[in-house]
Design a binder for this molecule. Structure first.
Ligand SMILES: [Fe+2]
Ligand SMILES: [Fe+2]
Length: 272
């Protein structure tokens, strides 16, 4: 490991389509130059189609560092998430779903997550069966995250989610859709393990940074958000984690100053 830090690049919400050939290769090439690993917090594809995953797999040939991901809600749209996962895994991507991996000495616990809202306004399992099923999904995802975190023994742990675990990083979205952007239930397991940082996407119009009640930093790395916020930079962030050290990282940086990759759409937040 060169130096004493591991450089972790992250971006979510690629929304790769069947016509995205060439859209990400320069980006992945640049990320490979400035980071040691890449994490992709979901919405890798736009409609969850194997054809879209195949396009992304080809784009990923430009990536020369290890990468891990979780799927997002868009990756489930066509009910072919298993095929999507298979294609991306064959391309070298580690796709996590309630499990964990270790890259460059960094432990990564990954789960898609789910909605339900935040804090005292969170949806509870009361009333109709469909409401209880909705809440059950969020509870199950939180349990999966807990199980993934429990398996890790690394000093640095990253929680990789698609949905937000805190409200702060979805602020800026329409209030009416907050319950569909994340769930406080995901924050609970994060507070029980020594998590260094949390990455998520999904809230295209949210805020860059927040923190859990226990001060674990939470970063929304949604590509449309990064593109809007850092107009003079490529849309990804790089976080520096101490290599093998126990302390929580404080340093982080954004991508290098370069012409941003244009042409990405910031889709309506309800479909984010
Ligand atoms: Fe999403
Ligand atoms: Fe998205």
């Amino acid at each position: 490991m060169p130096g004493s830090v591991v450089r972790l690049a992250a971006l979510a919400d690629l929304h790769c389509t069947k016509t995205s050939q060439g859209a990400f290769q320069a980006l992945f090439g640049k990320i490979s130059e400035v980071a040691d690993l890449l994490l992709l917090p979901g919405d890798l594809t736009d409609y969850g189609l194997p054809e879209e995953a195949a396009v992304l797999a080809k784009e990923l040939t430009a990536l020369r560092i290890p990468a891990a991901a979780v799927l997002g809600n868009h990756d489930f749209e066509s009910d072919k998430s298993a095929e999507v996962t298979q294609i991306l895994t064959a391309a070298g991507l580690i796709v996590l779903d309630g499990d964990s991996c270790e890259i460059q000495g960094i432990g990564i616990a990954g789960v898609k997550g789910f909605g339900g809202g935040f804090g005292r306004r969170a949806l509870g399992p009361w009333g109709e069966k469909s409401i209880k099923l909705f809440v059950r999904e969020a509870v199950d995802e939180a349990l999966k995250l807990e199980a993934a975190l429990a398996r890790l023994r690394t000093k640095q742990i990253v929680a990789l989610l698609h949905y937000a675990p805190v409200q702060q990083t979805v602020d800026g979205e329409p209030l009416e859709i907050y319950p569909f952007l994340g769930s406080s239930r995901l924050e609970e397991p994060i507070g029980r393990y020594p998590v260094s940082l949390v990455l998520h996407g999904h809230a295209h119009r949210g805020q860059l940074e927040g923190k859990t009640q226990r001060d674990v930093p939470v970063y929304n790395v949604s590509m449309p958000l990064l593109t809007r916020t850092f107009a003079d930079r490529l849309p990804f962030r790089v976080f520096e984690l101490p290599a093998g050290a126990a302390e929580t990282p404080s340093a982080h940086s954004t991508g290098p100053v370069l012409s941003p990759s244009r042409g990405r759409r910031a889709s309506d937040a309800i479909a984010s």
